[in-house]
Design a protein around this ligand. Structure first.
Ligand SMILES: [Fe+2]
Ligand SMILES: [Fe+2]
Length: 187
């Protein structure tokens, strides 16, 4: 996949439902990117926030896949596409965003209360809570901190009353080009 393919995928399938929460994948992607930008995240982490659920669009499951007992492994799907285009600073937080939820549920008792019903449902499918050793192993990984930050935006970026700005797709495009250029310069 290329940046053009990603843009085309959001254009054609961005209106897929996100969870069972009355928002679309495009709305969720934009809200997460916006929350990351407002928090002063690096361009790479902003892009990770925008594209963390790209895997859901790649599999194209509408509605609430977790109701059917289905875990689409969307985090790995997306990370494989993002790594060659934008580098590890984008791909790793995306790859870890599901594990970050399991980590937060395991280490912060009140975190579970903030999760949406679908997110609680998918938690079981994704492996549930983690023991101390698994939490320690997660926290030691590179980009674990970024994954936890992304996770919090992920949980917050589910507002049905918050619509993407008109030039949202142009902003995503610009961000993709900037991060790809910076990553290209590093190689
Ligand atoms: Fe996700
Ligand atoms: Fe998400």
């Amino acid at each position: 996949m290329t940046a053009d393919d990603i843009a085309a995928l959001y254009a054609s399938r961005g209106d897929l439902a996100y969870d069972g929460e009355g928002i679309t994948q495009w709305q969720h992607a934009w809200q997460c990117g916006e929350l990351a930008r407002e928090a002063g995240a690096t361009p790479a982490l902003q892009l990770a926030a925008w594209l963390h659920d790209l895997g859901h669009l790649m599999t194209g499951l509408d509605g609430t896949p977790t109701l059917q007992g289905h875990d689409d492994r969307h985090e790995s799907l997306a990370a494989r596409v993002l790594e060659p285009l934008f580098g590890t600073a984008v791909a790793a937080p995306v790859a870890l965003h599901v594990l970050a939820k399991r980590y937060l549920v395991s280490t912060q008792p009140r975190y579970r209360d903030r999760l949406s019903p679908d997110s609680v449902r998918s938690l079981a499918l994704q492996g549930g809570t983690m023991d101390d050793a698994a939490c320690g192993a997660f926290a030691r990984q590179a980009f674990a901190d970024d994954a936890v930050r992304l996770r919090v935006w992920d949980d917050t970026g589910k507002r049905s009353d918050w619509q993407p700005v008109v030039d949202a797709s142009a902003r995503l495009r610009k961000l993709m080009d900037a991060v790809a250029a910076a990553e290209g310069g590093r190689r």
